[in-house]
Write a protein that binds this ligand. Structure first.
Ligand SMILES: C[S@@+](CC[C@H](N)C(=O)[O-])C[C@H]1O[C@@H](n2cnc3c(N)ncnc32)[C@H](O)[C@@H]1O
Length: 237
């Protein structure tokens, strides 16, 4: 397998925080990830009771799983990625007090080495904009393949309708090959692969580190201008 694009970013990966504007809005990459983690914990409260099997597809350095666990999630986490360098980093970053590290699998192209209908929840965060447009449909199929009937997929992406997002992405080294996609493209891609009930929320209207502003974010979730969005897809049982 040829080295993946992110192998060269792995050792210093900080979620694009080398961009000065992103650093002005949030002081650590974890603050940005925590917005998604908190949204997931509100949406899936059983993540805290244990027993759910969760795959983070394109998990990179494992930051979403780690922040979820730090906020109280007790799921059976697995992660996969095309970059073995990023997966090495995920293993290194997992704090021992959180218990056993997630099961991590390097994948070849879009295919993950996991059986059909294995996971209750599949997350894919900040991955699709790194995938060439003509390869995205294979990923939507793969997400549905590994999901149990009744399971949920959560696709988190940068929102190209937010002008500040476009400005930042165009100036961030890890995003040099990024092709942004809007929530409509994600919804169509998922529905072309399988039957789902779909919902979309917009996230990150306010700087992620300022806790008192979080209620504002929640009231604006319908407005398609947040810096991020999440498409939630429930597979038919
Ligand atoms: C910006 S990082 C995001 C990492 C992680 N999901 C997060 O939110 O912190 C993008 C990740 O997507 C991975 N990736 C890119 N193309 C992929 C593909 N076709 N399948 C799986 N992972 C892919 C990269 O190797 C990288 O680790």
């Amino acid at each position: 397998m040829k080295p993946a694009e992110f192998d060269r970013h792995a050792a210093s990966y900080d979620g694009g925080l080398d961009n000065p504007i992103k650093r002005m809005v949030g002081s650590s990459a974890d603050q940005f990830i925590a917005v998604k983690a908190r949204w997931l914990l509100r949406r899936e409260p059983k993540l805290k009771s244990g027993g759910l099997a969760v795959l983070d597809y394109g998990c990179g350095a494992g930051d979403l799983m780690r922040v979820l666990a730090e906020l109280g999630a007790r799921a059976d986490f697995s992660g996969c990625d095309v970059s073995s360098g990023m997966l090495d980093e995920a293993g290194r970053r997992w704090p021992a007090p959180l218990g056993p590290a997630p099961a991590l699998a390097t994948q070849d192209g879009t295919l993950t080495p996991f059986a059909d209908r294995l996971f209750d929840i599949v997350t894919i965060s900040a991955v699709l904009h790194h995938v060439p447009v003509d390869e995205r449909q294979a990923i939507y199929r793969e997400l549905g393949r590994v999901l149990k009937p009744g399971g949920r997929i959560y696709v988190f992406e940068h929102n190209p309708r937010n002008p500040l997002v476009r400005y930042v992405i165009a100036r961030t080294p890890i995003d040099e090959n990024a092709i942004l996609l809007d929530a409509r493209e994600v919804r169509h891609g998922l529905l072309d692969a399988a039957r789902y009930d779909l919902e979309t929320d917009y996230l990150m209207f306010m700087p992620p580190g300022i806790a008192v502003l979080r209620p504002i974010d929640r009231t604006l979730a319908w407005l398609p201008l947040g810096a991020q969005y999440v498409v939630a897809a429930r597979k038919s049982a």
